[in-house]
Design a protein around this ligand. Sequence first.
Ligand code: IPE
Ligand code: IPE
Ligand code: MG
Length: 241
Amino acid sequence: MASSPQTTTPPHHVAIVMDGNGRWATRRFLPRVAGHKQGVESLRRCVKACADRGVGVLTVFAFSSENWNRPPEEVSGLMQLMVGALAREVPRLNADGVRLHFVGERAGLSDKMVAGLVLAEQTTAHNTRLILNICFNYGGRWDIARAAAKLAEQGLPMTEMNLDRAMALAHVPDPDLFIRTGGEQRLSNFLLWQSAYAELFFSDKLWPEFDEAALDEAIAAFQGRERRFGQTSAQVSASAA
Ligand code: IPE
Ligand code: IPE
Ligand code: MG
């Protein structure tokens, strides 16, 4: 890592794989769902911290296309938690100027859940302080394949720009900082297309423990990186001068 910061600007778009809820609960001899519940608290704190630090977009991975493979009681616990969290958290998020987007496959979700997602998006549509994308029943491969299918259906050429526009996060720029908590160093099918030039940061903290100080550590690491986008270091320094 560089000794002096390359920038003091916060990342505009932060993406987070919120991992480690299950281990957090297991270590406390609690059911895994208790960890997910604590994960909601951690997300609430993180949303506020991001808004306070001038982050414009926060995109979080809440449920992957592959998480359906978990034990049925954990899957149903996660679904119930989501429905409950929508009802409870949306008024507060709305008051805090947060605009919600739900990203992912809606087929397969309950009618109640889909109604909650749509209502949350409508209720917060006018907000501008922070965009919060919640990726639920999302997979990076699903996103790319769906975008390609859309273009084929519309008879449009399969260019990078067209794919980009057909993708689920077309309403925001690509993530600048990609954080994964929980100690694993893998993408697990999150934002495969959009993270081409994101700076990666892996935290050993479990998601329920990821607090303001941990976020600041990730942001400081980001600010110490030199983003070259394929150029040489000399070119980057020259264009910054
Ligand atoms: C992430 O925490 C939340 C979801 C995948 C829904 P995990 O549940 O994967 O927690 P660990 O990795 O088992 O500790
Ligand atoms: C990624 O975590 C998905 C979410 C955080 C929602 P997982 O716990 O599902 O990832 P793997 O299975 O360890 O790769
Ligand atoms: Mg996990």
